[in-house]
Design a protein around this ligand. Structure first.
Ligand code: SF4
Length: 364
């Protein structure tokens, strides 16, 4: 059995050799991308008898309310909403304002982080830094030269995330997911202090050499037992599960997986993940030609390619599309973005076409 990492002072500091009994956590947060592994985490908790009202599914909207440009599947928001309703679990959506494309083209400080209060539907904003406040003031103005320089000095992205293992250059995972979750935990009143939180995420060792070395459990970065009496543990509850076990639990609960799997994709979020293989991009070119063309246009505007060496057209080349047409309903759902709670239960459950094609092509 994998013992967990303690090779550096940092890793030693977050090392955790056991969780509390699940009943002792006040809130269990499942990071729910809409993909199969995070769905398996939610179903596993139900099978362990954790009361539904203790669980919250947290979904980070990669597009951050950006209505003009999308990075993610148009159907993902409706899918996560429908599944959470079907499972009787609260869904909390959070995002970085303007999402992936806002960050690609960002000049100035980082965009604010917002989240929805599930009980009221109210959108709340996490506390802003001084740089974010100043950036917001400047963005409203017609800038003179000095102000433009001031804005630029607070941040200048203007590039795609790098296809790299490092989170500082592959910024999408940290800016749009990790930092969003952390800010929400620190800002949501009932999670801020005097609370025990368990965060569950769906990484599996089988997916990559990097993930093979992840701890199953550890102390989360938002843990603040001294300052706020807030205990936060993280548990990768399916880390040792093979893919078979993931599909088995989804089948056992008769849940329709995200339609991208039935349409032939082997992995789910984001739709246009930077790690997508040429066959995935050929699938995007087939089903979402306007999205594909927009990214080609971005490459020209930014003067950078999404791949480290090739343009998107060169990288995709004549690759065969990953799209499988055996399930026209799934393709319709993917393209239209329509998915309702009635679509969740699948009594006649069949293995989706994308299953068992490995974890290549993302996600993070
Ligand atoms: S799924 Fe891909 S594009 Fe999306 S955040 Fe992760 S690495 Fe970035």
């Amino acid at each position: 059995m994998y013992q967990g990492r303690t090779e550096s002072p940092y890793m030693e500091g977050i090392y955790l050799d056991h969780l509390l009994p699940l009943a002792e956590y006040d809130k269990i947060i499942i990071l729910f991308s809409g993909g199969k592994d995070s769905l398996a985490c939610a179903l596993d908790l139900l099978e362990r008898g954790v009361p539904r009202e203790k669980n919250e599914l947290w979904h980070h909207d990669i597009d951050g309310g950006n209505l003009t440009r999308r990075m993610d599947w148009p159907v993902t928001q409706e899918y996560v909403q429908a599944v959470s309703e079907y499972l009787g679990m609260t869904l909390r959506v959070s995002w970085r304002v303007n999402g992936f494309w806002g960050e690609v083209y960002r000049i100035g400080a980082s965009w604010p982080i917002q989240y929805v209060e599930p009980d009221t539907g109210e959108v709340k904003e996490c506390r802003l830094s001084e740089r974010q406040i100043r950036t917001a003031q400047l963005r409203k103005k017609n800038l003179n030269k000095a102000e433009r320089e001031e804005l630029e000095s607070m941040g200048h992205r203007m590039k795609f995330p790098a296809k790299s293992g490092s989170l500082s250059t592959r910024w999408c995972s940290s800016i749009l997911k990790i930092e969003v979750a952390e800010a929400a935990i620190r800002n949501i009143e009932k999670l801020a202090k005097d609370v025990k939180i368990l965060i569950i995420s769906g990484e599996r060792r089988q997916e990559s050499a990097g993930r093979a070395k992840y701890n199953e459990m550890e102390i989360h970065r938002t843990n603040a037992t001294q300052k706020a009496n807030r205990l936060v543990h993280q548990w990768r509850s399916v880390i040792d599960w093979p893919e078979e076990k993931v599909w088995e639990i989804i089948k056992r609960h008769h849940i329709a997986p995200h339609p991208c799997y039935s349409a032939g994709w082997n992995r789910c979020s984001c739709m246009m993940c930077i790690f997508s293989l040429p066959s995935h991009w050929a699938g995007i070119r087939e089903l979402f030609p306007e999205r594909f063309a927009e990214v080609e246009e971005d490459e020209r505007t930014l003067g950078f390619t999404l791949d480290n060496k090739k343009t998107l057209a060169e990288y995709t080349g004549e690759a065969e599309s990953c799209v499988c047409h055996d399930d026209p309903k799934a393709i319709y759902q993917l393209q239209s973005g329509e998915f309702s709670v009635e679509d969740v239960e699948k009594q006649v459950w069949t293995m989706p076409a994308g299953a068992f094609h490995g974890a290549k092509g993302g996600p993070c």
